[in-house]
Design a protein around this ligand. Structure first.
Ligand SMILES: Cc1cc2nc3c(=O)[nH]c(=O)nc-3n(C[C@H](O)[C@H](O)[C@H](O)COP(=O)(O)OP(=O)(O)OC[C@H]3O[C@@H](n4cnc5c(N)ncnc54)[C@H](O)[C@@H]3O)c2cc1C
Length: 333
């Protein structure tokens, strides 16, 4: 029986493990964190995730945790804002719950979960260790971005709300147990200007954000992450044959698209199959490009427009439905 090592136990690693198990491999997952654990993430899960998780046998466990459901989206850019209905209801579930659920499913099917360093990985393996591989390239530029997140109690809505200002963005959306996730990112220089006090930063985010947060009570200290680097790995002869990068390790898309976890599940599933069946690496990269290429290109274009200071009034004309669907990966294997 083939023995596949999966480095990283986030959504990409768990999907890789489930797919490799389904293809008859023996699987060991290595992660340096203990689960469950909180993670900086907007926790907006595209509904297509259930279609990826269903054949992997994990959709039922996710639904059993009773996630929140989101029906609407609200974009706020300065004084300008736009609201729309989501074509399909999206899922709000914390990474504390989701990552543990997916790993439990993999373990219940025979995968072993080992706590410890995963790198370097020997073939056959899936590298699902997240965006750390890209982070070193951020250097120490003041423009580099940092993420933050906390859960709040108080009135929850069925909306995902995105607030943009001065190179910062914050997403507010419901998760399980009636809680609200507040998660965002900001350039280092803006955080330094408020001495890395996230509450003070949010006070600068405009009236709409202040009003939204006013009735909410933070449940724990802000957790932070960074620096964030948007990057994609491409196939090249220098890659190690038999080691398949997946999830953020393959490509990190702009968080405001809310498709990072779905991309991680899609590429993780593909990488797990590739490792179990011994696909040539160039074929794996070709398939990954087919599934994820458009989402990465469109989110890259959106990010550059925002970085260039896209004026707020443009938000009124943004075709939200089209942008939403263009930033989803294809889920068809
Ligand atoms: C601010 C922010 C907001 C976001 N909001 C959303 C959102 O609303 N919706 C959405 O879908 N996506 C969102 N994303 C993106 C999403 O979080 C990622 O795309 C997703 O976590 C990728 O999953 P992954 O499994 O590839 O990596 P990760 O979730 O990062 O998992 C990697 C795992 O590998 C482990 N690891 C790392 N290095 C090693 C090592 N050397 N040895 C052993 N273990 C290691 C880590 O402990 C971790 O458990 C957001 C991201 C950020 C930063």
């Amino acid at each position: 029986m083939k023995r596949v090592t999966v480095g990283g136990g986030g959504p990409a690693g768990a999907a890789a493990a489930l797919a490799a198990l389904g293809a008859g491999a023996e699987v060991e997952i290595r992660d340096r964190s203990a689960f469950p654990r909180h993670k900086v993430c907007g926790e907006f899960l595209s509904p297509e995730a259930l279609e990826v998780l269903e054949p992997l046998g994990a959709a039922g466990r996710v639904l059993a945790r009773k996630p929140a459901w989101m029906r609407r989206v609200r974009l706020v850019m300065g004084r300008h804002e736009k609201q729309a209905r989501l074509e399909r209801e999206a899922i709000g579930i914390s990474r504390y719950a989701l990552d543990a659920i997916l790993l439990e499913e993999a373990q219940s099917r025979g995968a072993s979960l080992v706590r410890g360093e995963a790198l370097p990985l020997g073939a056959p393996a899936v590298d699902a260790t997240g965006r750390g591989a890209h982070a070193a390239r951020a250097g120490t530029k003041p423009g580099r971005l940092f993420g933050f997140k906390a859960h709040f109690s108080g009135p929850a809505s069925d909306e995902v709300e995105l607030f943009f200002w001065d190179g910062c963005y914050v997403g507010v959306n419901p998760v399980e147990d009636g809680l609200t996730n507040v998660c965002g990112l900001a350039p280092q220089a803006r955080l330094a200007a408020v001495e890395f006090d996230v509450d003070a930063l949010l006070q600068q985010g405009g009236d709409a954000l202040r009003e939204r947060l006013a009735p909410l009570t933070r449940q724990w200290e802000w957790i932070r992450t960074g620096p964030l680097v948007y990057a994609r790995q491409r196939w090249g002869p220098e890659r190690t044959e038999g080691v398949y990068p997946a999830g953020d390790a393959l490509g990190f898309v702009d968080p405001f698209t809310g498709s990072g976890q779905l991309c991680a599940l899609v590429s993780g599933r593909l990488a797990g199959l590739a490792a179990a069946r011994g696909f040539p690496l160039h074929r794996y990269f070709g398939e990954a490009e087919r599934l994820l290429g458009r989402a990465a290109r469109v989110s890259g274009t959106m990010r550059r427009a925002l970085e260039a200071g896209m004026p707020g009034w443009l938000a009124q004309f943004a075709p939200i439905g089209a942008i939403y669907s263009w930033t989803r990966p294809s889920i068809k294997l």
